[in-house]
Design a protein around this ligand. Structure first.
Ligand SMILES: Cc1cc2nc3c(=O)[nH]c(=O)nc-3n(C[C@H](O)[C@H](O)[C@H](O)COP(=O)(O)OP(=O)(O)OC[C@H]3O[C@@H](n4cnc5c(N)ncnc54)[C@H](O)[C@@H]3O)c2cc1C
Length: 401
């Protein structure tokens, strides 16, 4: 396949900027355009719900140094929102009507926070968290120590709750599920996070959903109300698939369908990061991952695909979180309600590693406040190793990997 003369990347988040960097690293020296609707140079999102919100960092990490784009001849155009992908003409169109031609295009448009389709959803003052502006505005509001209502006890909701408590705010977290993070971690490990927040002063309203927003709070499905000065939604994110949809690309699993090597249903177009519903060779099914490492690594991988390699992207999902004094990493992909849980260490003191096993094989591992075994855990989950539970509990992990 001839090397493309001009590659256009749509979306200047972590995935898009990583793809641009990797193309140059691989020696691609032709036209490379990175279009992003935000005004800022590409930055990483994790700190927005952690250090930035806590006030211990002024802003998020950049994906590359400020002069990277000029020095690597990446035509970075900020404040440019793409409205159309015309596959037949091989151009993308932006909001000003300008067209950008390409030989290959990469969709890296990320996600938008969901809202709840209930009465009052349009009330001003409901907050979501995706951009640096969202984070700085929320931080300023938290400094006033308001009564905060967090809707959704997933990762973002839990991290916002932790940051709000650190600011001294009164915090109530609401979720229709009976434990925070239960869908990802299952009941036993989710209880650790429940207790962590409770011990840090969070009020829970669990097992009951929000069925309306009010000027000063929310109404719950049981008819009760929770009052607050600030309502923050952490109810998940919706992949930005509009361009792909309009262009007629195949969709799957809420995102854009891509094959093992991250190509969409059209040979000129790849998709990466939050929007990519990837045909994952390791799991034999589609997987769409909304995590930092996936965006970064798929960005690097797609460069090879664009330059003619046909290698599958095989990395297992990886993510991390920090809440109060708890830090954790999770590797792999488990079904926590059905897989066998094996705990090494002590849940109560929040110093442990959890494994999830299916048919005896390690599907996922999560280390909490333990930092020595990352390489071994990666090897065990990558190999989906068959290890007896008693060995996982007590043997030296690097000997097992
Ligand atoms: C607050 C927060 C904290 C997080 N913390 C963690 C964490 O601790 N650990 C972890 O593993 N993951 C975390 N994540 C998830 C992780 O950051 C994302 O999965 C990752 O950033 C996805 O990268 P992306 O490039 O696909 O999308 P994004 O980072 O969303 O980038 C997409 C970019 O494309 C732009 N764009 C969209 N549409 C268009 C268009 N039509 N034209 C031009 N530009 C467009 C968007 O404005 C955006 O800048 C967090 C996410 C958030 C929001």
């Amino acid at each position: 396949m001839a090397e493309p003369q001009r590659i256009v990347i749509i979306g200047s988040g972590l995935a898009g900027a990583s793809a641009a960097g990797a193309l140059r690293e691989r020696g691609y020296d032709k036209g490379l355009v990175l279009l992003g609707r935000e005004a800022h140079q590409p930055y990483e999102l994790p700190a927005l719900s952690k250090n930035v919100l806590l006030g211990s960092a002024d802003g998020p990490n950049r994906v590359h140094e400020p002069d990277f784009y000029d020095s690597h001849s990446v035509d970075l155009r900020l404040g440019v929102e793409v409205t159309e992908l015309r596959l037949g003409e091989r151009v993308v169109v932006d909001t000003t009507g300008a067209t950008h031609s390409y030989d290959r295009v990469v969709l890296a448009t990320g996600s938008t926070p969901r809202t709840l389709p209930v009465p009052g959803e349009d009330l001003p003052g409901l907050r979501t968290l995706r951009t640096v502006e969202d984070s700085l505005a929320l931080r300023a509001a938290l400094a006033e120590r308001p009564r905060v209502v967090v809707v959704g006890a997933g990762w973002i909701g839990c991290e916002v709750a932790a940051a709000a408590r650190s600011h001294g705010a009164d915090v109530t977290v609401i979720d229709p599920v009976d434990l925070p993070l239960r869908r990802v971690l299952g009941p036993v490990v989710a209880k650790v996070f429940h207790d962590l927040h409770e011990q840090n002063g969070v009020h829970w309203r669990l097992g009951v959903g929000v069925d309306g927003f009010l000027p000063g709070g929310v109404r719950l499905a049981d008819g009760s109300e929770v009052h607050g000065d600030l309502v923050v939604l952490g109810v998940g994110a919706k992949p930005n698939t509009e361009l792909a949809e309009k262009a007629g690309l195949a969709l799957a699993d809420g995102g854009v369908a891509v094959d093992g090597a991250l190509r969409t249903s059209h040979p000129d177009v790849c998709a990466i990061g939050d929007i990519a519903a990837h045909d994952h060779p390791r799991y034999g099914r589609r997987v769409r991952v909304e995590h930092w490492a996936n965006a970064k690594d798929q960005g690097a991988h797609v460069a090879g695909t664009l330059l003619g390699l046909d290698e599958p992207y095989t990395a297992a999902p990886y993510f991390f979180s920090d809440q109060y004094d708890l830090g954790m990493e999770y590797r792999g992909l488990a079904d926590p309600e059905h897989d066998q849980l094996v705990v090494r260490g002590d849940l109560d003191s929040r110093d442990f590693t959890a494994f999830w096993l299916r048919e005896g094989r390690v599907r996922a591992a999560m280390n909490v406040n333990q930092w020595d075994d990352g390489v071994a855990l990666q090897a065990l989950t990558d190999a989906q190793a068959t290890i007896p539970p008693d060995q996982l509990r007590s043997a030296t992990l690097s000997d097992l990997a």
